[in-house]
Design a protein around this ligand. Structure first.
Ligand SMILES: [Zn+2]
Length: 197
């Protein structure tokens, strides 16, 4: 699946916005990405799951594992397409852990799947937990890579599309300099934040 097609589906479903936004970090950006808005359409999730699985058909993947919550829907679809088992890891008192009785087999061949890789931190933590539990982590994958290819997750990694999302301090934001109002998508105070920043 071509990168432009992926991004077009994100735009169509409102999962990728262009404008002037306040990110969770407080930084400003001309792009806003919310994968959950694309994943609310199961047929799209299935399509992306099959596209990711396509790169691993010869790898004999036995298990797909995802960091919660963001990776669960897409990871499940990738596992379905590969005929593999699916589990997730989640934070417990700040630490990523395997809970709910989930376990991995000794030398089990695992693919780690996330919706979006930004710094690669949660994918890297997931890889570490699985390796510590005895699994072989073959690779990692995500729908979007917003690190512009830079994130290192300690195993080979692929993404269906790569985005270089600029994020800047409001003091250096071009849109702010032009007097454009910044919005915080997904927030009830949308349209107000820019006035106070
Ligand atoms: Zn701004």
């Amino acid at each position: 699946m071509r990168s432009e097609v992926v991004l077009e589906i994100f735009r169509e479903t409102g999962a990728l916005l262009e404008g002037h936004f306040i990110l969770t970090s407080g930084l400003h950006s001309p792009n806003y990405l919310q994968c959950a808005l694309m994943l609310q359409y199961p047929n799209r999730a299935e399509e992306f799951g099959r596209a990711i699985a396509g790169s691993f058909l010869k790898e004999n993947i036995q298990l797909v594992a995802s960091p919660a919550i963001g990776g669960i829907i897409i990871g499940h679809e990738v596992a379905r397409a590969l005929g593999a088992r699916f589990i997730w890891v989640e934070r417990d008192h700040g630490e990523m852990t395997l809970r709910r009785g989930f376990s991995v087999g000794e030398r089990e061949r695992v693919l780690v799947v996330e919706d979006v890789v930004t710094t690669g931190g949660s994918t890297r933590e997931t890889v570490q937990i699985l390796k510590a539990a005895g699994a072989q982590v073959i690779a990692a994958a995500s729908i979007i890579d917003r690190s512009a290819g830079k994130a290192d997750v300690s195993v080979p990694r692929i993404a269906l599309a790569t985005l270089d999302v600029p994020a800047m301090d409001p003091a250096h934001c071009e849109s702010c300099k032009r007097g454009e109002l910044a919005t915080k998508p997904g927030s009830r105070t949308m349209g107000r934040e820019g006035l106070t920043s």
